[in-house]
Design a protein around this ligand. Structure first.
Ligand code: AMP
Ligand code: MG
Length: 363
């Protein structure tokens, strides 16, 4: 398939004549059941008409995604949530007032009677994941198409999520009808997912919106134990959280600080990275900006600055692109610091631990 690549860089591009043409064409592709990759504020999404079974199936094919892993339905009007769920409950209302449009996905029951969203989109579940994104291109595409758009992250299943148009092109060129490249996204981590189908709402995936922020709006909020790394026999409630994910090609080990001092962590990372390099491989270190000077002048070791620990939104924004860069640079072994920062640390470490297949060295 020939993929049309359209570049819309900057807010003004969307409102230009060219921008209007691109949106027109993208909306038409969605209406006739095709696939369009587009930016959202979290990561890029791979979109199709959420109620069109055949279109939803194409998403799974293009990504190589397991068919039991449901898609998030993206909307641009609150009334579309009511169409899906049959009503707006007080919790839905409170959350949408506080966080929509934005990086929050709600899991809701489908309306009674004939469900609107087909099994092909929900992975066979009776519940649906719904999000109202704030990115202006995403918003305009949903409105213009007149559809709700099912969109998982626009990467090949298992690879780090795409945070730039280049990442999407790497994975999906030739597999989708159109890619809208709008440069880098704002947040860089997928949405927080909250399940509203239980008595007490449950966080199924941590993200930019934190448990504390959700609790302020909802009162008690729990966290799916399967994502907290707690030993549990129950599988995660978000099917997608089961799979190995976000992984670079190289083996990745996280070196975690268990004592008060960071020095032993720096020393161990340097020792391991040099030892791999001396055996003829290319090794990499991922570190916080504040620690960069500790890793200067190491032969055969590439050092990636992931952003400032004190500004963890930078780390969130850079995480997936650093993992992809390791692949591009042909790195064979990666050692990373841990980034358990106060605000976004939970969400960042959830992704990094998955990327590492929970390979941790505690120092
Ligand atoms: P992605 O869009 O690729 O970031 O993945 C969407 C995530 O939402 C996956 O982890 C899915 O398993 C999860 N998800 C989607 N729909 C549901 C649902 N109805 N119940 C629980 N999790 C869901
Ligand atoms: Mg994904």
């Amino acid at each position: 398939m020939k993929t049309k690549i359209a570049r819309l860089l900057g807010e003004e591009a969307l409102h230009s004549e060219e921008g209007a043409k691109v949106l027109d064409e993208a909306a038409e592709i969605i209406r006739r059941g095709g696939l369009v990759a587009f930016p959202t504020e979290t990561v890029y999404g791979l979109g199709a008409d959420a109620v069109n079974k055949k279109a939803a199936k194409k998403i799974y094919e293009a990504k190589g995604r397991p068919s039991d892993n449901p898609l998030i339905v993206h909307i641009a009007y609150i009334s579309q949530l009511a169409e899906i769920a049959g009503k707006i409950s007080p919790a839905m209302k409170a959350l949408s007032d506080a966080f929509w449009p934005g990086p929050l996905t709600m899991i809701v029951n489908q309306r009674e009677g004939e469900p609107l969203i087909p099994r092909e989109t929900t992975g066979g579940l009776s519940t649906v994941a719904v999000r109202f994104p704030s990115n202006p291109i995403a918003n305009a595409l949903i409105r213009e198409s007149g559809r709700m758009i099912a969109a998982p992250s626009a990467n090949t299943s298992g690879r780090p999520s795409p945070t730039s148009g280049e990442h999407v092109i790497e994975d999906l060129d030739g597999k989708v009808d159109m890619i809208i490249d709008a440069g880098s996204v704002d947040i860089g981590l997928e949405s927080t997912i909250i399940d509203l189908t239980e008595d007490i709402p449950v966080i199924l995936r941590p993200g930019f919106i934190t448990r504390g922020e959700l609790s302020k709006v909802l009162g008690e909020v729990s966290v799916d134990p399967a994502i907290e790394g707690v030993e549990s026999s129950a599988p995660p409630k978000a099917p997608g959280m089961r799979y190995r994910h976000y992984a670079p090609k190289a083996r990745l080990t996280i070196v975690e600080k268990k004592s008060a001092s960071s020095e032993p962590v720096f020393e161990r990372i340097i020792k391991e990275a040099l030892s791999f390099a001396q055996s003829g491989g290319k090794s990499a270190i991922i570190c916080a900006d504040e620690n960069l000077s500790h890793y200067e002048g190491l032969d055969g070791v590439k050092v990636y600055d992931i952003g400032r620990f004190e500004h963890d939104d930078e780390i969130a924004q850079n995480l997936f692109s650093v993992l992809r860069q390791c692949d591009c640079d042909g790195v064979g072994r990666i050692f990373s610091e841990s980034f358990d920062t106060p605000r976004l640390g939970g969400a960042i470490m959830n992704r990094l631990l998955k990327a590492a297949g929970h390979d941790i060295l505690e120092i």
